[in-house]
Design a binder for this molecule. Structure first.
Ligand code: NAD
Ligand code: MG
Length: 430
């Protein structure tokens, strides 16, 4: 019998009344703009207290002019000045900057719900700040759980924060598991579209361009997650995310390829039942479910017609063709080797996951810039994790150790990138 240690759970303090006060981290991105579309469709339900973006100050200025939040945050002082100059006369919000500014806006006392939707490891510290401040956190930034799931879990337990998963698969699972006892689960099944190259051979993959890889067949998303979806690293990161959200060993999390992206994931119970969540591939559904939880909001999306679709298909993922998925599952296996996490985190620690994520971020950025090939992404990640297996650090990591390891792994991946293709996949610098 497995004890599911949720960090995704219902608020204990009772339901938050409407209108709810929101802070959106990563407001200018794909998830952030979809969240604002939900909010704009339900203006009586939400008040925007803060918006954080990084570089796209024009978009942030437009969003801010519309919602007039008293707090904004951007990457640095230069962008803050640019943003200020774009705001309408008579509207003078406080503009915060950099990681400290993001952490401040994430923990504003008046914020009730914080959407964590920055991309990559950059989202970790603000997510942690929101969790430490006891917020309801609508979590899209899966990388923060990959890097620091144990710390986030411990912080949520201490503060009473609630984490509601925005990632469509985990949101589907949250819904499928609602109302079930914590003991009856056999496994979780994460569905994966298989990305744009599901049916292509290795020769094709070797020559893939960023433009091809950015074209996801079903979802419209930011650049980094689109590349992760093409390599299947996204599904690997989601396996790690599910282990943390639901307190499960990796053996209880399976991946199922489902090209139509209609079944968003399934929970299997001890009696053999599988409960699935179906819907059109539209992130507003999961976002709205988190922002309004436990209520559902009307959305103007098309009705899903299974009769028109005719058939839904499923297959086992090909981890030889898409090694990133296997690399991530191996990293999750290292982390969860000792079973479900304890009060103090996973005994084996998540160094492998930190390194996997860091090398992947470096490799994806390099691929998008034309500095490496598509198949080099997995090679770089493999080499970085292999290096970690020799040197560690092993065991639970605190925030400082995670940030140091993240920086070291990025430096290693960057060095490997400079040496491409000669040093890959075996002769990595120590
Ligand atoms: P995106 O690239 O469209 O947007 C990223 C946002 O993060 C932007 O607002 C950008 O300004 C901000 N940002 C970038 N670098 C930053 C930095 N250094 N500091 C602070 N902010 C920074 O990405 P997205 O597709 O919206 O994805 C956001 C997160 O949600 C990712 O973790 C992704 O894995 C997750 N997610 C996205 C989708 C989707 O459909 N897009 C689905 C599930 C999960
Ligand atoms: Mg997902």
């Amino acid at each position: 019998m497995t004890c599911i240690d949720y960090i995704s759970r219902l608020p204990e303090a009772g339901e938050l009344p409407f209108p709810r006060t929101l802070v959106l981290l990563g407001a200018t991105g794909s998830i952030g703009t979809s969240a604002l579309a939900v909010i704009e469709a339900h203006p009586d339900k939400f008040r925007v207290l803060g918006l954080a973006g990084a570089r796209n100050v024009e978009r942030l200025a437009r969003q801010a002019a519309r919602h007039r939040p008293p707090f904004l945050a951007v990457l640095d002082e230069e962008r803050a000045a640019a943003l200020k100059s774009l705001l309408p006369a008579g509207y003078a919000p406080e503009i915060l900057t950099g990681p400290a500014g993001y952490a401040t806006i994430a923990a504003l006392p008046a914020a009730q719900v914080v959407l964590s939707a920055m991309v990559g490891a950059a989202g970790l510290e603000s997510t942690l700040a929101a969790v430490q401040a006891g917020k309801v956190v609508a979590l899209a930034n899966k990388e923060s759980l990959v890097l620091a799931g144990d710390l986030i879990r411990a912080a949520a337990r201490a503060s009473g924060a609630v984490i509601l998963p925005v990632d469509s698969e985990h949101n589907a699972l949250f819904q499928a598991m609602a109302g079930h006892g914590s003991h009856a689960l056999r496994r979780l099944i994460l569905t994966a579209s298989g990305g744009p190259f599901r049916d292509k051979d290795r020769a094709f993959l070797d020559a893939v361009t960023p433009a091809q890889a950015l074209k996801h067949p079903n979802w419209s998303m930011g650049a980094k997650i689109s590349i992760d979806s093409a390599t299947l690293m996204n599904k690997g990161l989601e396996v790690i995310e599910a282990c943390h959200l639901y307190g499960l060993p990796v053996e209880m999390v399976d991946v199922l390829v489902h090209p139509q992206s209609i079944v968003h994931s399934l929970a299997e119970f001890e009696d053999g039942s599988q409960l699935a969540h179906l819907g059109p591939p539209d992130m507003r559904i999961a976002i709205a479910y988190c922002l309004a939880h436990p209520h559902r909001l009307a959305l103007d999306n098309a009705t899903l017609s299974l009769a028109s679709l005719g058939s839904l298909t499923f297959a086992t993922p090909d981890v030889e063709k898409f090694p990133c998925l296997q690399l991530a599952m191996d990293a999750a296996a290292v982390m969860t080797a000792s079973g479900s996490p304890t009060e103090h985190g996973h005994a084996a620690g998540n160094g492998a996951c930190v390194v996997l994520n860091a090398a992947n971020e470096v490799a994806v950025a390099a691929f998008l810039d034309g500095r490496c090939r598509f198949l080099d992404i997995a090679r770089l990640v493999e080499a970085a994790v292999a290096s970690w297996r020799r040197t560690g650090p092993f065991g639970p990591l605190d925030l400082q150790a995670i940030l140091t390891l993240d920086a070291d792994a990025r430096a290693l991946a960057a060095r490997c990138l400079d040496l491409l293709p000669a040093c890959l996949p075996t002769g990595m610098p120590e």
